[in-house]
Design a protein around this ligand. Structure first.
Ligand code: COA
Length: 161
């Protein structure tokens, strides 16, 4: 069984992430969405539990996708799935520069681990989790940016902050 791992902070998951996950699910037997628990990014908007809950809502209708939490290095996490590859989305050339570096680090840690890239859908090349967080902060409309099912939870959280 060929497994793809879609890693990230998912603070929160966006339609850009979901588009990559859906496309990976059409290519691979199984896709694991890997939510990083110890990301170096400080002051996340959502707890890991909230991020996982939102990912679960977003992937509910895709049968071969599941979600896991990773508290360690991604290259070590990937060893749990024999022959698994990492899938990352590329929105711009700047993403490639960063991802090229990440792939080199991951290969150092786990030489058998390959990363494959899917180019972002044109509709989402501008999108990031921080843009969503900022718009939510100002009470702006999130339709078309994040999965419908998680708009409510994001708005609720933004109001409480
Ligand atoms: N659509 C929309 N947004 C996207 C996207 C896409 N297709 N691809 C990336 N992004 C956004 C993310 O939302 C994120 O936005 P933000 O900075 O506003 O929050 C940004 O681009 C960066 O995403 P990504 O490159 O996936 O980084 P990440 O910080 O979310 O996760 C990991 C990076 C996966 C390496 C990290 O979280 C992890 O697993 N860490 C564990 C430790 C480790 O192994 N580190 C690497 C070796 S040092």
């Amino acid at each position: 069984m060929k497994t793809a791992i879609c890693p990230g902070s998912f603070d929160p998951i966006t339609l850009g992430h979901l588009n990559i996950i859906e496309r990976a699910a059409q290519i691979f037997d199984h896709v694991v969405v890997c939510v990083a628990a110890n990301a170096t990014k400080t002051h996340p908007m959502f707890t890991v539990e909230e991020k996982v809950e939102m990912v679960k809502l977003a992937i509910a209708s895709i049968p071969n996708v599941s979600v896991e939490v990773n508290t360690g290095l991604l290259a070590e996490f990937a060893r749990r799935y024999e022959g698994a590859v990492l899938i990352k989305g590329l929105r711009a050339a700047s993403d490639f520069d960063y991802e090229f570096q990440m792939d080199s680090i991951n290969k150092r840690l786990n030489p058998e681990l390959e990363t494959m890239f899917l180019t972002a859908d044109q509709r989402y090349t501008f999108l990031s989790s921080s843009i969503v967080r900022e718009l939510a902060h100002y009470g702006s409309d999130l339709h078309g940016l994040v999965p419908e099912e998680i708009i409510g939870p994001i708005e609720e959280k933004a109001k409480r902050r």
